[in-house]
Ligand binder design. Structure first.
Ligand code: ATP
Length: 547
């Protein structure tokens, strides 16, 4: 047996392995170097190393070098092995971060009908934000040939978009999808947007319906807002589809697929996955594989001989190129899209194209190693602060922000619904401010009413769990307070992203106990925050009368 040194790690290679290695060396040197790399660097192997070191102390003391004539390949001591990003992730199409200075007049983007341009104008949208100016033409271009794959088997590339919170990602898929579907003849479900929560589905549904109004395009929501039977009735009538676009939550979607409720996805052209990183995390529910299965159902049965059969993408052959079929294109959106290729792999993307605003020094190139933590972009108008605090002065601090600093409306996040409820009761008892809570304690109807009241300025302070952290677009939130510091960077980014939306300014304060400071600040800086400043509130300011 032999000890091989990998930098500061040692690995015992049994004599039998050495035999094998010299045999392999003769046939495939690459195989050996690969085996050694994974042996020395992979975290899975650490246990194995420790085991080996424990089991054979006398071997450890030997410090033997490789036998004469045997060369260890790879230069492990000087060259650590790094994972390299695939090119599409390492070199994205860049989206400008600065919204205000990169507005594009809506008429400059070709391919949008006069009817849609008019609607945009009526909704007060005269310019596209940078993400829209990049992504709308890309989606329109991918459907240039109509809804079918043309001769030659052209299949559009899937599109991934990583752009900050509040940068306008919703319209960047709503506009092109409506534009493409306006030209359809028969009503069939051709676009499916999947969102993680009821509230988000409702929000996206509203945007879709507002732009589909006056066209023949029909939008249906499957998010459990209505009874199952009512949703089923809205999908089809006498086997005729009543929906072009379906907006759904994964649970309800799978329910409709399993119960065969009349949701036909055999003509699905666009699969929109909003809040994509969260949706990847919920992949254990296997909603995506269920969708893909029903999309390609027509190609697997007895109708396979039909000219309009739809087959799952596989190797391209002359035969596979000839029949025209509808391609399924995936469109992914998130403010915190993972850069982890293994996670993205679960989505089965086809030649993906990434649009990202993550600034260049943080995005890794094919030659550079990936960093330990994903880096993201923050909205430009956001100013971040942390406020050192103690457990007992937190309630006084939040009152100080509202009553002294006059920062309302404030959206305040806690880490649990119990904490949200307790703080709500305490502040109600204190009196003098309009306060409400938002969590799963409330029914969907109550939640909707609360958000509306907050948006209308009837509520000064909304205390929420992470139920309102993602995607929710509440107009006029000036300030976000993390009453409880978030544990994960993604949670932080989505929470603070409820302010500083659409190029506006906003403030975010995070209350930090002294034990939390070091780790939290490190997490935020490593994620790419442009800077988080310290905001001290003097104890004497909290002692003065607040009313
Ligand atoms: N071109 C535009 N001009 C003016 N306002 C816009 C434009 N595009 C979007 N907005 C507004 O900006 C706000 C944020 O847009 P949107 O909700 O699409 O952001 P997002 O990128 O999806 O954010 P999040 O990641 O938090 O979900 C919305 O209120 C929307 O109406």
């Amino acid at each position: 047996d032999v000890n091989v040194n990998h930098g500061d790690k040692k690995r015992v290679i049994p004599a039998l392995d050495l035999h094998c290695m010299s045999w392999i060396l003769g046939s495939s040197a690459e195989g050996v170097s690969g085996a050694l790399v994974s042996g020395g660097d992979g975290p899975e192997d650490t246990g194995g190393q420790e085991e080996a070191e424990k089991d054979s102390p006398e071997q450890n003391s030997q410090k033997t070098s490789a036998p004469t004539g045997f060369t260890v390949l790879g230069g492990f001591e000087s060259k650590p092995v790094h994972r390299v990003l695939p090119q599409w992730l390492a070199e994205p199409d860049v989206i400008h971060r600065d919204i205000k200075n990169n507005l594009v007049p809506i008429s400059n983007i070709s391919g949008i009908s006069a009817q849609l341009l008019k609607k945009l104008q009526n909704n007060g949208i005269l310019h596209f934000f940078p993400v829209q100016a990049e992504v709308i033409p890309a989606i329109l271009e991918s459907a240039q040939q109509g809804l079918l794959i043309g001769r030659g088997g052209y299949k559009p590339r899937d599109i991934c978009v990583s752009a900050p919170t509040g940068s306008g990602k919703t319209l960047s898929f709503v506009i092109p999808v409506i534009q493409v579907l306006m030209e359809r003849v028969v009503c069939e479900v051709r676009a499916l947007a999947v969102l993680p929560t009821k509230e988000l589905a409702q929000q996206v549904y509203k945007v879709f319906t507002s732009y589909a109004e006056g066209t023949t395009v029909k939008v249906v929501m499957l998010a459990g807002q209505k009874s199952f039977a009512a949703e089923q009735a809205s999908l089809s009538e006498h086997r005729r589809s009543l929906a072009d676009i379906v907006v759904a939550t994964p649970g309800r979607l799978v329910d409709h697929i399993n119960k065969n409720s009349g949701l036909c996805l055999e003509q699905l052209r666009f699969l929109i996955i909003d809040e994509a990183d969260r949706m990847i995390d919920s992949m254990h529910q296997s909603w995506l594989s269920q969708v893909v299965k029903v999309v390609y159902r027509s190609g697997s049965g007895s109708e396979t001989t039909s000219i309009f059969r739809r087959t799952e993408p596989a190797h391209i052959t002359a035969a596979s190129l000839s029949p025209p079929q509808v391609p399924l294109q995936k469109l992914l959106f998130s403010a915190t899209l993972t850069q982890n290729p293994e996670k993205l792999q679960q989505l089965g993307l086809h030649q993906p194209r990434l649009f990202s605003s993550v600034h260049s020094q943080s995005s890794t190139t094919a030659a550079a190693p990936t960093t330990k933590q994903d880096r993201f972009d923050f909205p430009q108008g956001l100013t971040e602060y942390y406020v050192p605090c103690t457990l007992s002065n937190k309630p006084l601090l939040i009152l100080h922000f509202i009553l002294r600093m006059k920062l309302s409306p404030v959206l305040c996040f806690t880490n649990s619904r119990e904490n949200a409820h307790r703080l709500y009761l305490l502040l109600e008892l204190f009196g003098g401010i309009q306060v409400a809570e938002f969590s799963s304690r409330l029914s969907p109807g109550e939640r909707k009413k609360t958000l509306k009241g907050f948006e209308q300025g009837k509520i000064q302070l909304l205390i929420s769990t992470d139920a309102a952290a993602r995607g929710i677009d509440i107009n006029g939130v000036k300030c976000v307070v993390n009453y409880d510091a978030p544990q994960y960077i993604r949670t932080y980014i989505h929470r603070v992203g409820r302010t500083a939306r659409a190029g506006k300014a906003g403030l975010a304060f995070t209350f930090l106990l002294s034990v939390q400071e070091k780790n939290f600040l490190q997490m935020v800086v490593e994620a790419g925050s442009p800077g988080i400043q310290k905001q001290m509130v003097k104890p004497e300011n909290l002692k003065k009368k607040l009313h």
